[in-house]
Design a protein. Sequence first.
Length: 73
Amino acid sequence: MIDWSTCEAVERNPERYSGAWLFRGTRVPIAALFENLEDDVPAHQFVELFPGVTLQQVRAVLEYAARSALTPA
């Protein structure tokens, strides 16, 4: 499991959206990005579907996830 606590593009508040990790400044869970990518929705279309999320945030989340996947546990 990825520790998102050091990714600057996301935030978590136990009182918002059941404590899920969200794109910073939005109510959009980062899980929505991965679900949409699995459904072949490109990143640029994702940001159009979820106003408030920027392409920079999407890139930061994807880069963080990729780096985390390569880091030994």
